[in-house]
Design a protein around this ligand. Structure first.
Ligand SMILES: C[S@@+](CC[C@H](N)C(=O)[O-])C[C@H]1O[C@@H](n2cnc3c(N)ncnc32)[C@H](O)[C@@H]1O
Length: 297
């Protein structure tokens, strides 16, 4: 059980801002966790320029479920809103609400939003307060849920279930067990050698996530929970560096001593240049996605 205090605190040791979460642990009792970084480390312009590997999946993803034109859709972790706007095209008489914790992403997304799209700045860990009494026909999420702490998934999934209409569904994909293992091995290694931490992402196994969905009250028998292996096209070293700086570094840099952040980039990119180069000269990456469809009962 985690209660999120939305008051945002400045952490003097780090430039990243943090929020506090009150957690309950049978051994420790109630305690305050202030270690979860806020996501202002996301730079929307950088992300927009380096997310072609996600956008390449959009069409296939959108064709994997059906929406009615009047449906109300929740997009969990809406980022720059490019995918959210594509969802909006499918519900011309409905609406899409995109939620994201990054001010940079939300401001960028609001600049080019479709008429039937709203964007709200907020943490998925505190989704219930943000949604109030609103109900949705579907909750969709792309490339986001691995950024939510493992301990916060039960509450998040219960909240999503509670805000779906009967018969509504959740469709999500995010990093699963083994996601970008070659990259993360290098980055974990370099970060810990410079006083940082291993990446704070939750990359679950399919069975583990199926159990979480069932415990939150979802019907997964009519849907699926599976790991999907993908090789994503990263044609050049420059494209790899763009991806690293706009996405996985968000999971390391807030926890690194500020004076070591430049060294982190230099060492990580030096190793990536040689260790991640493929025989064909590309830097294509092996992704593992947790891919799910679950129904509200
Ligand atoms: C890789 S981006 C994906 C964005 C978008 N879904 C897309 O397909 O491009 C992940 C997004 O999740 C957001 N995010 C990460 N953790 C979050 C949290 N706990 N609450 C809300 N948003 C979060 C980040 O700010 C970021 O915009």
């Amino acid at each position: 059980m985690a209660l999120v205090n939305q008051a945002q605190l400045k952490c003097p040791a780090l430039t990243a801002r943090h929020y506090s979460v009150t957690r309950s642990d049978p051994r420790k009792g109630n305690y305050t966790d202030m270690t979860t970084p806020l996501y202002d480390s996301w730079n929307a312009t950088l992300y927009a320029g380096n997310s072609a590997h996600h956008r390449a999946q959009d069409a296939a993803y959108l064709s994997s479920f059906t929406l009615a034109p009047t449906d109300h859709i929740l997009d969990l972790g809406s980022g720059t809103g490019e995918f959210t706007n594509k969802l909006a095209v499918l519900v011309p008489q409905g609406l899409v609400l995109g939620v994201d914790a990054s001010r940079s992403q939300i401001e960028y997304a609001r600049r080019s939003k479709a008429n039937n799209v709203e964007f709200s700045l907020g943490h998925l860990e505190a989704l219930d307060a943000l949604l109030e009494h609103r109900k949705f026909d579907a909750a969709i999420s792309r490339a986001t849920l691995h950024w939510v702490n493992e301990d916060d998934h039960p509450l998040l999934l219960r909240t999503v279930a509670a805000h779906l209409r009967p018969g509504g569904f959740m469709r999500a994909e995010f990093g699963g067990y083994g996601q970008m293992a070659s990259v993360i091995t290098i980055l974990d290694d370099v970060a810990t050698s410079l006083g940082g931490q291993t990446i704070r992402c939750f990359f679950p196994e399919a069975e583990q996530y199926r159990a979480l969905l069932q415990q939150a009250g979802f019907d997964v028998m009519r849907g699926f929970v599976r790991l999907v292996n993908q090789t994503r096209s990263i044609p050049t070293f420059e494209a790899l560096v763009g991806l690293l700086r706009s996405q996985p570094y968000v999971g390391y840099e807030p926890n690194l001593p500020e004076q070591n952040r430049q060294a982190f980039r230099e060492l990580a990119e030096k190793r990536a240049r040689t260790e991640l180069k493929r025989a064909d000269g590309s830097y294509d990456l092996d992704f593992v996605r947790l891919d799910l469809l679950a129904f509200s009962v």
